[in-house]
Design a protein around this ligand. Structure first.
Ligand SMILES: Nc1ccn([C@@H]2O[C@H](COP(=O)(O)OP(=O)(O)OP(=O)(O)O)[C@@H](O)[C@H]2O)c(=O)n1
Ligand SMILES: O=P(O)(O)OC[C@@H](O)[C@@H](O)[C@@H](O)CO
Length: 438
């Protein structure tokens, strides 16, 4: 760390939410491998007093899902992380086990936390030791990553850096530039002196330790450390002589502490959920024309749309992502295509990590309609939507009439794009099953 820099630190860019999707490890085989076992301890035994809420912040819902589930997901999708231990208060252990089961989290165990954060972390580390004794054949976890359960925005790349540095050094920790200057006060509440901000950093999470170092640090530390300490890196230095490697992390490592942080977390997660989607055309020329137009106009709304003919073969991978779907049907009986797609989604047995948005765009030819008299079955769409909602799928309909008039067609396509973007962003249950007119 350059303690001599004289340039004032500038607050860093606010950063973005990890773009990896569930089930899709950001660890690209061949690019990077971790050849030693890594386990994780997530301290989640606090009460979140500073939020002023009854529910501890780690269990507060964000898009219908507890905050801690996002953090667990960030770790479980990292292929080289072997196991995760969550330390929660005794009264929340059943709740945590229910969350693991409901959101189909893997590699996760629950242990009882303690009266302070250090005690919770220590219980997690001890649990790893017990687990390691059972799996001695597989070797101990060489590295233990410790990460506050209320820091959901952690990326695999940075975890890799921390794990590798911890293995080399014995300890490693994330740091961030200070935004405010640190001052020391007199007992009467006056300024005693201020610290030179450029020489200091904020200690964040994740932190990494070799199992032996963190285990030994907790064996040797005092009751006062357990009751009043806030820094694991300090314990490693004080009780094991291990000087942690400090690595500057991205701005996304911030901790949810106050109520406003929950709103900020929801906004970041919403951004990530709304940034992409795929348009399924069924292969018809009119649907492809509409899809291409939608793709172009969605770009202007910061939404990236892929256009695919179906969800078969390689395209089925879209079903495993947190993806928004736009199914284009070119005739009123397109409901069959919609029902087939709902069945495909059902077959993936996906965990309801986020409400899944499906928008059915019914592209009709007004001349054909006037002859056949067929119109989309409004009741059928409402019924399909009601059933889908029980599976955390939000189904919306948009009716669009083909037009040979270029200007009119362009206006209609822009309206479909705007309606689609609004439905994906708002995910409002109130509009589920409606057939909106573009
Ligand atoms: N006895 C405790 C106290 C805290 N933590 C965890 O440590 C992390 C960071 O602590 P903090 O942000 O201070 O959480 P709380 O202690 O819950 O917050 P507050 O101080 O506002 O009550 C959180 O994931 C929290 O659940 C824990 O595992 N056991
Ligand atoms: O102090 P709090 O309990 O709010 O939060 C814990 C943080 O202090 C801690 O996660 C980092 O500073 C790294 O040790």
């Amino acid at each position: 760390m350059d303690g001599e820099s004289r340039q004032p630190d500038r607050p860093a860019h606010p950063g973005i939410f990890p773009t990896g999707k569930r089930g899709e490890s950001l660890h690209r085989p061949g690019q990077r491998s971790v050849d030693f076992p890594v386990s994780v301890v997530l301290p989640a035994g606090g009460t979140g007093e500073r939020t002023g809420l009854q529910t501890p912040k780690q269990f507060c819902p964000v898009f219908g899902r507890p905050l801690i589930s996002y953090t667990v997901q960030a770790f479980e999708r990292v292929s080289w992380i072997k196991s995760i231990v969550v330390a929660v208060a005794k009264e929340n252990m059943d709740l945590m086990k229910e969350i693991i089961q409901r959101f189909q989290h893997r590699k996760v165990r629950v242990v009882q936390g303690g009266s302070t954060r250090h005690r919770s972390i220590c219980n997690g580390v001890l649990a790893l030791g017990e687990q390691e004794e059972q799996e001695a054949a597989e070797g101990e976890p060489k590295v233990v990553i410790i990460h506050d359960a209320v820091r959901p925005f952690v990326e695999e790349d940075f975890l890799f850096k921390i794990a590798m540095a911890a293995k080399e050094q014995g300890a490693a920790g994330a740091i961030r530039p200070l935004v405010s200057t640190v001052i020391a006060t007199t007992s009467e509440g006056f300024l005693d002196h201020s610290l030179e901000r450029a020489r200091y950093r904020a200690s964040e999470m994740p932190q990494g330790f070799t199992y032996d170092v963190i285990r030994q640090a907790y064996q040797r530390c005092t009751e006062s450390d357990f009751d009043f300490g806030t820094e694991c890196l300090h314990l490693a230095l004080q009780y094991c002589g291990t000087n942690a490697k400090l690595i500057e992390g991205p701005p996304t490592l911030w901790k949810v502490t106050y109520k406003r942080d929950l709103a900020a977390a929801e906004s970041i997660i919403k951004e990530s959920l709304c940034s992409s989607g795929c348009v399924i055309t069924g292969g018809s020329a009119q649907a492809v024309t509409l899809a291409d137009a939608l793709q172009k106009s969605a770009g202007a709304l910061d939404m990236e749309l892929d256009v695919i003919p179906d969800l078969l073969g390689d395209h089925s991978r879209y079903l495993l992502k947190e993806c928004n779907f736009i199914q284009v049907s070119v005739n009123p009986s397109g409901l069959l295509e919609l029902e087939s797609m709902l069945a495909d989604v059902e077959a993936t047995n996906r965990a309801p990590l986020h409400p899944l948005v499906i928008i059915w765009v019914c592209l009709s030819d007004p001349e054909e309609l006037s002859v056949s008299g067929k119109t989309p079955e409004f009741a059928a769409i409402a019924d399909a939507a009601a059933a889908a909602k029980l599976r955390n799928i939000l189904l919306y309909g948009i009716q669009l009439y083909q037009s040979k008039d270029a200007e009119r067609w362009e206006r209609s396509v822009m309206r479909v794009t705007e309606i689609t973007s609004a439905l994906i962003r708002e995910r409002s249950p109130a509009l589920v099953g409606q057939l909106l007119q573009a």
